[in-house]
Design a protein around this ligand. Structure first.
Ligand code: DC
Length: 223
């Protein structure tokens, strides 16, 4: 009998640990993880690099194509053959990504790519803000991860340190609060707990506890 595989969508605010969880789940089940936020970051990086006005949706969208992006097996990201894996984590890029993520044309182009990818494979994990209700509404398991802003800022600073990026707690916290507001209050595909999503508050959970909470729910779906 063929092994049952499920598609998983994870939404939640910036810095809540979606990527860490998605990577752990991907490893455990041998699934493929695609972070939709990375696409917003890549496009923001390209716009900044080319001095494109961040309010000009058409110009930003014309300045990139899917063939420019390569995701290697070790998850490093190449854009026009440049390794930008670390660069797109910088706070400047996070802020710009949040601005351009409001544009419907950019969202449509990114979603189309991810949906086609998910159709080809089964056993795909997608994370984002609208993964559970816009990118992959038919996902078998849907999660909404939450943690308060202070906890998230602390985690992000530690994560940056591990990646060799220096960051300041107060600045990161401020930036997280701004991004939360932007992500939840925008007109197009705002961050929300969608119908059918399991909400997990991870504020007081260790990484392992968070993973186990999700793992149990996925196992139930695989029964
Ligand atoms: O998850 P992240 O921090 O890498 O996302 C970067 C930005 O992109 C963030 O401000 C929210 C936005 N985003 C979005 O609007 N929709 C998604 N599906 C994923 C990310």
């Amino acid at each position: 009998m063929k092994e049952k595989r499920v598609n998983i969508a994870i939404d939640g605010p910036s810095g809540v640990g979606k990527t860490v969880m998605a990577n752990m789940i991907a490893k455990k089940f041998n699934y493929k993880f695609l972070s939709s936020g990375n696409f917003y970051r890549i496009i923001a990086y390209n716009a900044l690099k080319n001095n494109i006005d961040l309010t000009n949706e058409a110009l930003i969208n014309e300045a990139w194509k899917f063939e420019d992006i390569k995701i290697l097996d070790d998850d490093s990201i190449l854009f026009k053959n440049e390794d930008i894996t670390k660069k797109i984590r910088e706070d400047k890029i996070s802020r710009s990504a949040s601005i351009i993520a409001k544009f419907p044309l950019i969202r449509q182009k990114i979603n189309k790519f991810i949906q086609e990818y998910a159709k080809k494979f089964r056993g795909v994990i997608i994370d984002g803000r609208d993964a559970t209700y816009r990118i992959l509404p038919e996902a078998d398991v849907k999660f909404f991860l939450y943690a308060n802003p202070e906890v998230r800022a602390k985690r992000r600073v530690n994560q940056d340190k591990e990646m060799g990026i220096e960051s300041n707690y107060e600045e990161v916290l401020k930036s997280i609060k701004i991004r939360d507001y932007e992500d939840m209050n925008r007109a197009v595909d705002p961050l929300k707990v969608s119908e059918g999503s399991v909400m997990i508050d991870t504020s007081n959970m260790t990484v392992q506890e968070n993973f186990e909470a999700m793992y149990k729910i996925i196992l139930k779906e695989l029964e």
